[in-house]
Ligand binder design. Structure first.
Ligand SMILES: NC(=O)c1ccc[n+]([C@@H]2O[C@H](COP(=O)([O-])OP(=O)(O)OC[C@H]3O[C@@H](n4cnc5c(N)ncnc54)[C@H](OP(=O)(O)O)[C@@H]3O)[C@@H](O)[C@H]2O)c1
Length: 217
């Protein structure tokens, strides 16, 4: 099994990292600092297959890399991780380009939406990495257990490299996703990132974050 890096110490990094450990992967969580408290607590909770370090330590370690950092800071986090450490690797980008500066609901960052996307900017920043945008359209507990949504929902894949998307599809299946649509190249991340405003408003309207989208066809 490939070694995996999870960049991000928030609830997404924690949930993804924990699920990967349960599945038998060896995982390093990355952060801005080597001794991040949340990362240390996660390692203590999940056991010997887990470790923690800086973004750079984790990116060097991982053969597959998850980006679970704050969307507005993802490009900076990836720069901190070292552009060369992404070469030839599948990079699973879960981040959303949200601006929380004016309160809730957050808006999409204008330069990273509509005619652009965070997924595309990450791919431009790491041209030798293989970015696959996925999972950003559900809450993190649903990410790792699609059935937690209450049904058999649809997940999208966006990315330039077919091999990388196949690798991600296998992980999605391990997360119990069975209905997976490959939307095409990384520019299709414009569409999935722009689902966030609908996700947020559905959550506010129903008070339930355990849902997902289904493409009926
Ligand atoms: N919460 C969900 O269920 C959900 C669902 C779908 C998508 N997402 C997306 O998943 C991503 C992670 O969400 P989250 O709620 O787990 O965590 P978050 O609070 O959005 O992000 C935490 C991570 O971002 C890093 N970070 C923050 N500011 C930074 C900066 N200026 N420079 C470099 N790194 C910085 C933090 O580094 P340190 O470790 O050093 O603190 C930490 O690792 C977000 O992009 C979010 O939009 C979340």
């Amino acid at each position: 099994m490939k070694k995996i890096a999870v960049l991000g110490t928030g609830m997404v990094g924690n949930t993804i990292g924990t699920k990967l450990i349960e599945l038998g992967y060896t995982v390093m969580m990355g952060s801005r600092s080597a001794n991040n408290e949340k990362a240390q607590a996660w390692v203590a909770a999940v056991g010997e297959k887990a470790s923690a370090g800086t973004f750079e330590d984790a990116a060097k370690f991982g053969e597959i890399i998850f980006n679970c950092t704050k969307g507005e800071a993802s490009l900076e986090a990836i720069r901190m991780a070292g552009i060369e450490n992404f070469t030839g690797k599948t990079v699973i980008d879960i981040a959303n380009p949200l601006d929380f500066s004016k309160g809730m609901p957050p808006s999409l960052i204008p330069e990273l939406s509509n005619t652009n996307s965070l997924g595309e900017e990450i791919q431009k920043l790491i041209p030798d990495g293989n970015v696959v945008k996925t999972l950003n359209i559900v809450n993190c507990e649903v990410m790792v257990d699609a059935k937690r949504s209450g049904g058999d929902p649809t997940m999208f894949l966006c990315g330039n490299k077919a091999d990388a998307k196949e690798e991600v599809k296998t992980i999605l299946q391990q997360f119990s996703w069975s209905d997976i649509i490959d939307l095409g190249d990384i520019t299709t991340a414009r569409g999935t990132e722009m689902l966030l405003p609908i996700w947020l408003r559905t959550w506010f309207a129903t008070g339930n974050g355990y849902f997902a989208f289904k493409i009926v066809r």
